[in-house]
Design a protein around this ligand. Structure first.
Ligand code: HEC
Ligand code: HEC
Length: 76
């Protein structure tokens, strides 16, 4: 439980940083759809078909470690 709180805290603080510029990630060149500086791969409206293979079956990170929920809530 304590661990979970620490993780949530880290996620929260890293997201509350100023959003002026580019993100901390280095996405592959096929991530061509820029949303306010965050590069998304085309097909982002259907993440359960297009993104789960790398971003995890629950879209919370998977093998690339980038969770869709760290920047915005579940809106798809
Ligand atoms: C073939 C593997 C793969 C697939 C499929 C994939 N991604 Fe990614 N994605 C990555 C990798 C690798 C990164 C960079 C991770 C890092 O830098 O630590 C990334 C990073 C990202 C980022 C952060 C980019 C930024 O500029 O901050 C977003 C947003 C993202 N992906 C969205 C998507 C969406 C939406 C889909 C589905 C339509 C998708 N990805 C499918 C591998 C993939
Ligand atoms: C580095 C931050 C970041 C990450 C990680 C991220 N997004 Fe986004 N995403 C954004 C921003 C910023 C926008 C544009 C503002 C908005 O629509 O909230 C956006 C917009 C979107 C939109 C468009 C919404 C619309 O109404 O047009 C979709 C769909 C989306 N993201 C899906 C995903 C998926 C799926 C993932 C994980 C694979 C992901 N995002 C990961 C930052 C991110």
């Amino acid at each position: 439980m304590k661990f979970l709180l620490v993780v949530l805290f880290i996620l929260f603080t890293s997201c509350s940083a100023p959003s002026e510029n580019k993100s901390k990630y280095d996405p592959p060149s096929d991530h061509t759809v820029s949303k306010e500086g965050a590069k998304h791969k085309p097909g982002l409206k259907n993440p359960l078909d297009n993104c789960v293979s790398c971003h995890g079956s629950d879209l919370r990170g998977g093998e690339v470690g980038v969770s869709c929920y760290e920047c915005h809530g579940k809106k798809w």
